[in-house]
Design a protein around this ligand. Structure first.
Ligand code: ZN
Length: 332
C-alpha cells in the first residue's frame, strides 16, 4: 500500500462576520434539543453486526457513543430521524456556482489527479476505464474527469446540488437518483466506483461490504471517510460550537484506521493507495477565532497560526491523527 500525506489548504484561512454567523447557525440547527427524542437505539454494529458492548460506551457531546470492540467503528447508540436533513442546506457552500471552478481546482482536480496517478502506478490506463461517482454533489469531480476525456458519470439524490453542474453543461454526465448504494454497486457499470464522504451517512455498512464482495475481481473502490482524531478532541472540548466531523446527527458514525482495514477485509479488497490529509487546523483556528478574535494579543497568535496552517496540518497528517482518509481499494 502506498501512502501519500497532506494537501495544501487552497487559500489563506480567513473568517468573515458572515462565515462566523453561518457556523453559529449550523450549530443551532444541529443541537440535540432541536432533534426531539431518539427514533431508535442501535444494538449492533453498523459495519460488522457485532452486538455493541455497553462497556465500550462513552459520552461525546452529550450523545452516548460506542466503539465496536470488533471493528473499532465509533457510532452513536441513539438514532435520530434524519429525514429532516436538507443536504443542500448542509452543503450550502456547494450551491454557489461562482465558486464551482474554484472548488474544482482546489478539491476535485487534486483528487482526480491522485486517482489517475494511483492507477498509473498499477500500470492501468485510466482513459480506457469507466468511472462512476455515487453522491456526486455539485458534480465537480465528474466535470473534472469528463474534461480530461475520461468515461465518468455520477448520481446524486439532491437536485439542488446537481443543478450547479447541469447549468454549466454537464447535465448528460450526471443524474438525479435515489438508488441505494448497494444497488449501484451491484448493477452499476464501472471499473472504479467512487464515493466521497458518503459511508458515514449510511445506516447499514455491512450491506455495502456485502455488495462489494459480490463484485468481480479487479474492480476498484475509492472512498473517503471522516476519522476519529484531532478534530474529534476539539469537538468534545468546544461543545458549544459546530461539529464538522462527528456531530452525532448528520454524521452519526466516524472511522478509525483499524475500521478502514476491517472494512477492506470484509469487502474482499486490498487497499492499494491512501491519501491522508485533514482540515483539523482550520477547525482549531475557527474555534479560537469565535471566542478570541476580539482580543488583540490572541488575534496576533491566530494570524501566525493561519500563516503556518499547512505546516501544522502536515504534522497532524503525518502523526495519523487528522480528520479524514481517502483510500483506493481493489477487489481481490
Ligand atoms: Zn463493528
Amino acid at each position: 500500500m502506498i501512502t501519500r500525506f497532506s494537501k495544501k489548504f487552497p487559500r489563506q484561512i480567513e473568517f468573515t462576520d458572515r462565515s462566523r454567523e453561518s457556523f453559529k447557525e449550523r450549530f443551532e440547527s444541529r443541537r440535540r434539543s432541536s432533534r426531539g427524542a431518539p427514533s431508535g437505539i442501535r444494538t449492533t454494529c453498523s459495519l460488522c453486526s457485532a452486538t455493541l458492548d455497553p462497556i465500550a460506551n462513552f459520552i461525546y457531546r452529550s450523545y452516548i457513543v460506542n466503539q465496536c470492540v470488533q471493528c473499532a467503528l465509533i457510532q452513536t447508540i441513539e438514532l435520530f430521524d434524519d429525514s429532516i436533513i436538507d443536504f443542500a442546506e448542509v452543503y450550502s457552500d456547494n450551491l454557489n456556482s461562482n465558486r464551482f471552478a474554484e472548488r474544482r481546482e482546489s478539491v476535485h482536480e487534486p483528487k482526480l489527479e491522485w486517482l489517475i496517478n494511483s492507477l498509473d502506478t498499477l500500470q492501468l490506463d485510466s482513459s480506457k476505464m469507466t468511472f462512476f461517482e455515487y453522491g456526486c454533489g455539485d458534480g465537480g469531480f465528474v466535470a473534472s474527469a469528463v474534461d480530461l476525456s475520461l468515461n465518468c458519470e455520477g448520481v446524486e439524490r439532491d437536485d439542488k446540488l446537481l443543478s450547479v453542474c447541469e447549468s454549466l453543461g454537464y447535465a448528460k454526465f450526471v443524474s438525479s437518483s435515489n438508488v441505494e448504494i448497494t444497488d449501484a454497486i451491484r448493477d452499476g457499470v464501472f471499473d472504479v466506483f467512487i464515493a466521497f464522504f458518503v459511508l458515514e451517512h449510511l445506516e447499514d455498512l455491512n450491506a455495502v461490504s456485502e455488495a462489494i464482495r459480490h463484485t468481480k475481481l479487479g474492480k476498484f473502490f475509492l472512498f473517503s471517510v471522516p476519522t476519529f482524531g484531532f478534530s474529534c478532541l476539539l469537538e468534545q472540548a468546544f461543545e458549544d460550537q459546530f461539529a464538522r466531523n462527528f456531530d452525532g446527527f448528520v454524521h452519526n458514525k466516524v472511522f478509525t484506521d483499524s475500521t478502514i482495514d476491517f472494512f477492506a477485509d470484509l469487502c474482499g479488497c486490498e487497499i492499494v493507495n491512501r491519501w491522508i490529509f485533514g482540515q483539523d487546523i482550520e477547525d482549531v483556528i475557527r474555534s479560537f477565532d469565535l471566542k478570541l478574535a476580539k482580543n488583540a494579543p490572541s488575534k496576533d497568535v491566530l494570524e501566525t497560526l493561519k500563516a503556518n496552517a499547512d505546516q501544522l496540518q502536515r504534522s497532524l497528517d503525518r502523526a495519523l491523527v487528522s480528520d479524514a482518509r481517502h483510500f483506493l481499494m481493489r477487489r481481490v
